[in-house]
Design a protein around this ligand. Sequence first.
Ligand code: IPE
Ligand code: IPE
Ligand code: MG
Length: 238
Amino acid sequence: MQGNKIVEGIKLPRHIAIIMDGNGRWAKKRLMPRSFGHRQGMERMVGLLEHAFDLGVEYVTVYALSTENLKRPQEELAGLYDLIRKHFVSYMERVCARGVRLRVIGDISPLPCDVQEILRGSEQKSAHYEGKGINVALCYGSRAELVRAVNLAVARGETVTEASLSGLLYTAGQPDPELLIRTGKEIRLSNFLLYQCAYAELYFSDKMFPEFSDKDLEDAIVWFSNRTRRFGKTDEQL
Ligand code: IPE
Ligand code: IPE
Ligand code: MG
């Protein structure tokens, strides 16, 4: 397993996972519709992704829409799909230009067909890049991901090991997230990367996602760098 890069004395997480929560409340506070919060959130997501890769992080997984979010009002969902239609391709081109491969993780089959095509097309454009990756979790649920993985093994007549199960998840071949950041004041995982984050350092920010700045990301990374990661061992064994 490859080690962590050290930049100016700070240990960088190889993989960061972000639960981008608080768009709706951020907009509401400004007497604006929730869709305005999602627009600003998408803009911020791109800025944070660019900053993370520029710092030297190798993988970032962002939670953009959960399986449970599909139960939201149709109007809100339609607004989110329109954002993807208008901005996803150009935004992802901007980030992927850093040699980053995009993967959309989750079961996107409930999305409108044209939106699915945009997402798959966007993935193909960066499919030749190796070594750095963005996973955009859309219609994603960790439990559904695990059930899918186990069913893949069953269909092959296999029993699973920890390593083979990891290899059947959407994040196959990637290092596990080492730092998980959740904005929006809630202290929960909301069905995100439950298996992969077994040993992630968990960072919760009171800021709503649209106001989570590049500097806030750096603060989270510095906090990560100062954690003692024991993985079950004692301090003396490290
Ligand atoms: C997160 O922000 C983005 C999505 C779930 C699409 P929310 O929309 O959950 O914002 P809050 O939590 O209501 O403020
Ligand atoms: C988690 O946020 C999902 C995403 C950020 C995409 P939610 O707003 O859906 O989480 P809960 O419902 O408050 O747990
Ligand atoms: Mg929320």
